[in-house]
Design a protein around this ligand. Structure first.
Ligand code: 8GT
Ligand code: MG
Length: 133
């Protein structure tokens, strides 16, 4: 099966992270996620991340730092998620192309339903295995 490359942002601010709720009717609709999307032909993952965060949240970010790569096989598709640590440089996040956005602490994330593929990242944030600040 073809592997779909995705870039997603771990957007940090004062110990909390920005999470977005997927719209109803799409793959994993209604789930919470780290905002991002599919890489388009000719784009680098960083370019993809910047475009997606602009389209979905109306924000510009500073230089993103690679965080974790997770390959996950859903029954209907295989995704390779490239998570990047980043910070907002300009703008305020608004739910332009997602259902809702929230800023949450890692220990609050268990109360939100995330895709299975995101669990390693959530665990890493919660265990503070994070060297960036
Ligand atoms: N953005 C994002 N996608 C995730 C996460 N976890 C996860 O399994 N995915 C999956 O990775 C794929 C990313 O697709 P997406 O729906 O964000 O792509 P996109 O923004 O380009 O949307 P589009 O296809 O409507 O243009 C989806 O199948 C989604 O279910 C996550 O934390 N963030
Ligand atoms: Mg998306």
């Amino acid at each position: 099966m073809e592997v779909i490359e995705v870039a997603a942002g771990i957007i940090a601010h004062e110990g909390r992270y920005l999470i977005a709720r997927r719209k109803a009717g799409v793959h994993l609709g209604g789930f919470w996620e780290f905002p991002g999307g599919k890489r388009e032909a000719g784009e680098t993952l960083e370019e993809c991340l910047r475009r997606e965060l602009w389209e979905e949240l109306n924000i510009r970010i500073g230089t993103p730092t690679p965080f974790q790569i997770v390959r996950h096989e859903y029954p209907e598709k295989v995704v390779e998620l490239h998570f990047f640590w980043c910070r907002i440089e300009t703008g305020t996040a608004v739910a332009l192309d997602c259902a809702e956005v929230r800023w949450v602490y890692p220990n609050e994330m268990a109360a939100f339903e995330f895709p299975q593929a995101d669990q390693p990242v959530i665990a890493a944030l919660r265990e503070k295995k994070v060297s960036f600040r």
